[in-house]
Ligand binder design. Structure first.
Ligand SMILES: [Zn+2]
Length: 138
């Protein structure tokens, strides 16, 4: 049974789609991500200008198009994918993971997703409050 006190959750059609600001890089997600993880680490804040809400997408469900996509090795364990033309930060790829993290702001329209978890909260900025987590509904 769904909780009547919570607003109805829209379930968008698959695949979800998205793009960078200029449109040179586009992507599609063929399976629904489980939800959103907001990373408050210093690396994400420097790269995105603020904390970084991302959806964990199964690697095989993500297809990306556009020769403007550039990968930057942000550490020995992760690389960041961004548009080399407009600079939009689209992906974080933790090497060896079966999922790729996709920036929530890059999706087209509604995603039907909710914030499941804040991570690296000890390094969050002092100028904002943590966004509310909303665990998956039964
Ligand atoms: Zn672009």
């Amino acid at each position: 049974m769904s909780d009547p006190s919570l607003p109805a959750r829209s379930v968008p059609d698959l695949p979800l789609s998205g793009r960078c600001f200029c449109g040179a890089v586009t992507f599609a997600v063929a399976e629904p991500p489980s939800g959103v993880i907001a990373c408050h680490c210093h690396d994400c804040q420097q790269m995105h200008g603020t904390y970084n809400p991302m959806a964990a997408v199964p690697r095989g469900a993500l297809s990306v198009s556009g020769e403007a996509l550039v990968w930057f090795a942000s550490s020995a364990k992760a690389r960041r994918g961004f548009c080399g033309r407009c600079g939009s930060r689209l992906f974080k790829d933790n090497l060896g993971s079966d999922r790729v993290l996709v920036s929530m702001g890059s999706f087209d329209g509604s995603t039907g997703l909710r914030l499941l978890r804040n991570i690296w909260t000890e390094s969050k900025g002092d100028w904002y409050d943590l966004p509310a987590e909303e665990p998956p509904r039964a």
